[in-house]
Design a protein around this ligand. Structure first.
Ligand code: FAD
Length: 434
């Protein structure tokens, strides 16, 4: 679509998962919604392993069927869990064995086709997407007399500039973080600066068992570096023999390796014996990419006439694949609050949007912190584990981080600390009795 609208009820910035889910939900309520998308799809994006909780939001937005229908054509890989490896230790979680109700399976997807499928489905639902249109300026206080709301300046990739009057802006611009930049809302993340180096490979993994450690295409595989517990690798298999492969570490970890990104990735993989064995026949046919300093935060998630969704708000860390889930949850919460507001009700955005969103993000944050300081690893690799507790942890790994009936959601920090003490005691007892 090349022409543009001068007035909307809601303008959504970005056609990633947050933007498309929000737009679909609001379009279904009868509002004039438009999406501005800076790029042209399909386009590459990182964030390929979904969590089952995503399926709930896709269903709510009437987009799930489109994803199922596209799965075979685009090699979306059925996913039912997560497997963790550290040296000889292996622990896997099947998301279908979980505490919370809801979907227990999902997909691993190449984001270029996945995001394109969602965007096309949303267009079919009647939402115009303006491809190659970027939000470049916002005036929050220049509402026209009858409409109120922000006035946006939009620049197209053919060099045109126009203004759009709207009642509300949902910023779903991801790492573009357009409103945090334009409104000065950026705040540093509490996490140290980490870098991720990644690629797609022809994995050629045929073996179903590797020295007693199963390989399961239906699960994301997280390998902890045998010498550095805060360095980890992801292997995200797709359905056609290809996989996404990446390493995450503090940025200074990469200093000791080659300056060339492809060589550097190979060298780091070769420094981890379990991966070297698993990928012995892999073909590295795609240039490696690098992302650094992606953890981000904002001083406020919403204000008069706008809300920040998904990565435009806060981004924690990739280790538990929570990014797309948080993006879709933010879309669901914001759409519900905005619908009430546009119906003339008084909405407290802090209470109805920012706080409930942050509650689940904080659950993930507790788990991410426990991952990097080793507590969570001691828990999952512990030889003695209760089925009930594993089901509670499985729920969070499946994305159900807002289910406060789960004690590991309601009281994450205390529960993790108690459990890790128990696991470490059991380990010490076992060692002493040898
Ligand atoms: P995006 O998907 O980034 O979409 C934003 C869109 O906005 C883009 O299409 C962009 O072109 C557009 N845009 C930007 N600026 C403008 C502008 N000014 N005007 C108009 N349009 C604009 N998450 C997972 O769930 N699973 C994973 O396995 C996973 N792995 C990750 C690995 C790494 C190394 C990193 C860094 C992140 C990972 N994530 C993962 C997180 C995931 O990438 C994001 O959380 C997710 O893509 C956020 O979705 P979104 O809709 O907020 O933004």
């Amino acid at each position: 679509m090349t022409a543009h609208q001068t007035h909307t009820d809601i303008t959504v910035i970005g056609a990633g998962p947050a933007g498309t889910v929000a737009a679909a939900l609001l379009q279904a309520k009868g509002y004039r919604v438009a999406i501005l998308e800076r790029q042209h799809f399909p386009r590459f994006s990182i964030g390929e392993s979904l969590l089952p909780q995503c399926m709930e939001f896709l269903q709510e937005a009437n987009l799930l069927e489109a994803v199922h229908q596209a799965a075979a054509e685009h090699h979306f890989q059925f996913k039912n869990g997560a497997a963790f490896v550290h040296g000889e230790r292996y622990s896997d979680f099947d998301f279908r064995q979980k505490f919370s109700a809801g979907h227990g399976t999902t997909y691993q997807v190449q984001r270029a086709p996945f995001d394109h499928v969602l965007a096309q489905a949303v267009e079919q639902q009647g939402v115009p997407i303006y491809w190659g249109h970027s939000l470049t300026h916002i005036d929050l206080n220049s509402g026209e007399l009858n409409t109120g709301g922000p006035r946006l300046t939009v620049t197209t990739d053919t060099g045109q500039t126009y203004t759009q009057q709207t009642q509300f802006v949902l910023d779903a611009s991801g790492f573009g973080r357009v409103l945090p930049r334009l409104l000065g809302l950026d705040r540093p993340s509490r996490f140290p600066v980490r870098t991720s180096l990644f690629t797609h490979i022809e994995d050629n993994i045929e073996d179903n068992g590797l020295n007693g450690q199963p390989f399961d295409r239906d699960k994301i595989r997280i390998t902890v570096h045998h010498q550095h517990r805060d360095v980890w690798f992801w292997l995200i298999p797709f359905a056609h023999g290809r996989s996404s492969l990446g390493v995450v570490a503090r940025s200074d970890f990469f200093d000791g390796f080659s300056a060339d990104a492809d060589e550097r990735l190979q060298q780091i993989i070769q420094s981890e014996p379990t991966l070297t064995r698993l990928l012995a026949s892999a073909q590295f046919d795609t240039p490696a990419r690098e992302l650094s300093g992606y953890a981000s935060d904002v001083s406020q998630l919403c204000g008069e006439g706008f809300a920040l969704l998904g990565n435009a708000g806060e981004f924690l860390d990739p280790v538990f694949s929570s990014g797309v889930t948080i993006a879709m949850k933010s879309a669901s919460l914001a759409a519900a609050a905005l619908n009430r507001q546009l119906q003339g009700e008084k909405v407290d955005w802090q209470a109805e949007y920012a706080m409930p969103l942050r509650a689940g993000v904080d659950t993930f944050r507790t788990f991410v912190e426990a991952w990097y300081d080793g507590r969570f690893q001691d828990i999952i690799f512990s030889p003695q584990q209760s089925v009930e507790v594993r089901a509670m942890i499985s729920s969070i790994l499946a994305g159900y981080a807002w289910d406060t009936a789960n004690p590991y959601v309601k009281d994450s920090e205390r529960r993790i600390n108690t459990l890790v003490e128990l696991c470490r005691l059991q380990l010490a007892d076992a060692a002493a009795s040898k």
